[in-house]
Design a binder for this molecule. Structure first.
Ligand code: CO
Length: 660
């Protein structure tokens, strides 16, 4: 049997190695060659590409599909859809999912690969239905991970349900490169025996098992596997297509692809890689050690940077052990965004604060409340009580609690939107979209100014002179990283894989997104962005909802007892006259955000009266939002930190005069 291949060079490969920075104009010159190869599909959209296009590249992501479609006439175009999270980081309302999928299909997407981090099929219901409605190929994924509950029987049961729900094919999605060649053989054999639809294997190179896994999967009868061009393969990316094609030559599983042609294409990519100054994919030891501790490489990279930030890198071994424990207590979620942040952040917090679940980030509370979906195994009851007390977790499909809002959002952007594309872009990433539209308008209005940048339409590189346009882009009025040194390529984020670890920009966007449905106002202001969330309709999905959790306020002295290393910054001196005041100190290094009080329409200000347990502020640390609550009722005397400022461990944030 002849296996087919999906080429991921235009999406997952550069998302894994180049922080998703490949531009449409980089792709155009080689598209017609790619179309001639005979791939089953070209994965070229979705995942992080949408966000990165508008946030960093000043490119219209919808235009990218149309441009690629114009050059690729025969090979189906494929995208990665993060279930109800679409191409973002939180659940969206159903009407936005439908609008997005419809538009993507209209623009030229032929294959939608859908997944959910928890394999909760309810989070894939609406996306699947939406894709089926368009007539496109709906590929549903089973996320592969290792745990006592993730048995082959469970994967099969999930796959059978997805098939019943109308999936046209099933993808085994191993985003962490954990599937061994022999596990791949057994799982594919089982799926081939029991499923009627084609089976597709997606894996990552990381520790080097991917080549073996693909070969054994082929032996077991896999219909399609993913690979990419050599210059963008290896490391945290896909296995190289050239190696796999060669390995199968002369066997009954011959792919029929022309190796010489593949090398011509590889030369193009290698040339681009050099011009852009990007590294080849490399397997580092700590990424390979996934075989030992099972924590995927991208997550390790993030833990290293988080621990360095907290001056506690020497505690990595403890954190790795704690991750295993927290993951088990939380019901064995696969360690992939967003659940890798949930587990990793809690584990780091447990180790650094010296008391397990003393501080619980909002994302963890929301996970335990059921807003991410159903955990693969039940959550440990004791831990659940520590995190959300007696609160009952939801049992419905999380998106059932999100009201449709596309119509309302369209109205918000009527001034700048020029098409249906723009409305959807805005519905997904409102703040970033608005900035992008403003930039686009400014460029157009400013046509005479030579340094103002190309209008997006002209920059997509369609047409015979496309190759000439590869030159560095002029920097527009919106300051964004251009060229090969984007902020995302710091050691912490450069290795982000498929379901990439969030970078700080993503976190900011995430706060904004999830707070859309918050009842209060939220203002976030940083050097790059200014976000104002106006009071909207209350949604049940907001991680900011219900701060009545278990997060104890931290007052002076308390953090000292936690046995943390000494603070980098001296504490604010408290004068004689203030001896009765309570200092609220930062329990961690992070970024300070003023927070709206959960039960009041305004921010906590100097002079505000606060209740015990009321949220005073949010500290973003370790990529998670930690609510700092008042330990006792009283009056805020002073706020000692500006909004969005970085803070040190032990730094005094508030002075509170306790109620007598
Ligand atoms: Co992937």
């Amino acid at each position: 049997m002849r296996p087919r291949i999906t080429d991921t060079t235009l999406r997952d490969a550069h998302q894994s190695l180049w922080a998703t920075r490949m531009r449409t104009e980089d792709m155009v010159p080689i598209l017609e060659e790619l179309d001639r190869v005979g791939y089953w599909s070209l994965e070229m959209w979705g995942g992080a590409t949408f966000d990165v296009c508008i946030r960093y590249l000043n490119e219209d992501p919808w235009e990218r599909i149309r441009v690629i479609k114009a050059h690729v006439r025969n090979t189906p175009l494929q995208m990665l859809l993060r279930g109800q999270n679409v191409v973002g980081y939180a659940n969206y309302a159903d009407d936005i999912v439908y609008a997005f999928v419809d538009r993507a299909a209209e623009c030229g997407i032929d294959v939608f690969r859908i997944f959910d981090a928890l394999n909760d099929v309810r989070n894939m219901e609406v996306p699947l239905k939406a894709v089926k409605n368009t007539g496109a190929h709906a590929q549903a994924s089973v996320v592969y991970t290792l745990s006592p509950v993730h048995t082959f029987e469970l994967y099969l049961e999930t796959a059978l349900r997805l098939q019943d729900m109308g999936a046209d094919s099933i993808c085994i999605k191993d985003m962490a490169g954990m599937i061994s060649p022999y596990a791949a053989y057994d799982l594919v054999s089982l799926f081939k025996e029991r499923l009627q639809v084609p089976v597709h294997l997606h894996t990552h190179y990381i520790g080097g098992m991917a080549i073996g896994a693909c070969l054994k999967a082929v032996e077991a009868g896999v219909d399609i596997f993913d690979a990419c061009s050599g210059p963008l393969a290896f490391g945290s990316s896909q296995p190289p297509v050239e190696t796999l094609v060669r390995a199968l030559q002369g066997t009954e599983h011959e792919t029929g692809l022309d190796l010489h042609h593949l090398f011509e294409i590889a030369n193009y990519w290698d040339d681009l890689r050099r011009r852009r100054g990007y590294e080849r994919g490399v397997t580092r030891l700590n990424a390979m050690q996934v075989f030992d501790h099972q924590v995927p490489g991208g997550m390790i990279t993030n833990l290293v940077s988080q621990l360095e930030e907290q001056k506690a890198l020497y505690r990595m071994d403890e954190v790795l052990k704690e991750i295993a424990l927290v993951r088990a207590e939380l019901g064995y979620p696969p360690l992939v965004t967003p659940t890798s942040q949930v587990v990793g952040g809690q584990a780091v917090s447990n180790v650094l604060l010296g008391e397990r679940y003393k501080m619980v980030p909002n994302e963890v509370k929301q996970y335990v409340r059921g807003f991410y979906g159903k955990p693969p195994a039940p959550i440990d009851k004791k831990v659940q009580r520590l995190i959300i007390g007696d609160e009952e977790p939801i049992t419905c499909r999380p998106a059932d609690l999100i009201e449709n809002r596309f119509g309302r959002m369209k109205e918000e952007i009527e001034d700048l939107a020029e098409s249906e594309d723009d409305y959807i872009t805005y519905a997904l990433f409102p703040a970033v979209a608005r900035k992008f539209f403003e930039y686009r308008k400014k460029v157009r209005d400013d046509e005479d100014a030579p340094a103002s940048g190309l209008p997006p339409g002209a920059a997509t590189g369609v047409g015979p002179d496309a190759e000439k346009k590869v030159a560095p882009r002029p920097v527009g009025p919106v300051k964004r990283p251009v060229g090969p040194v984007p902020a995302l390529r710091s050691p912490a984020y450069g290795a982000s894989r498929e379901d990439e670890d969030m970078n700080i920009e993503d976190v900011k966007e995430f706060i904004r997104l999830v707070s859309q449905s918050e009842v209060n106002e939220l203002h976030i202001e940083t050097a790059e962005m200014k976000v104002k969330i106006k009071k909207g309709a209350a949604g049940e999905d907001s991680p900011f909802k219900g701060a009545n959790g278990s997060n104890p306020g931290l007052a002076v002295g308390e953090a000292d007892q936690a046995g943390l290393p000494a603070a980098g910054e001296p504490r604010t001196a408290v004068g004689e006259s203030r001896a009765n005041l309570i200092e609220v100190v930062a329990p961690m290094v992070g970024t300070f955000y003023r927070s709206p009080a959960p039960d009041a329409p305004s921010f906590v200000e100097a002079g505000s009266r606060v209740k015990e347990g009321q949220t005073l502020c949010i500290i973003e640390a370790m990529k998670l939002m930690n609510e700092i609550e008042a330990e006792c009722p009283g009056e805020i005397v002073e706020i000692l930190v500006e909004n969005a400022q970085p803070i040190e461990y032990g730094q005094v944030l508030f002075l509170i005069e306790p109620e007598a």
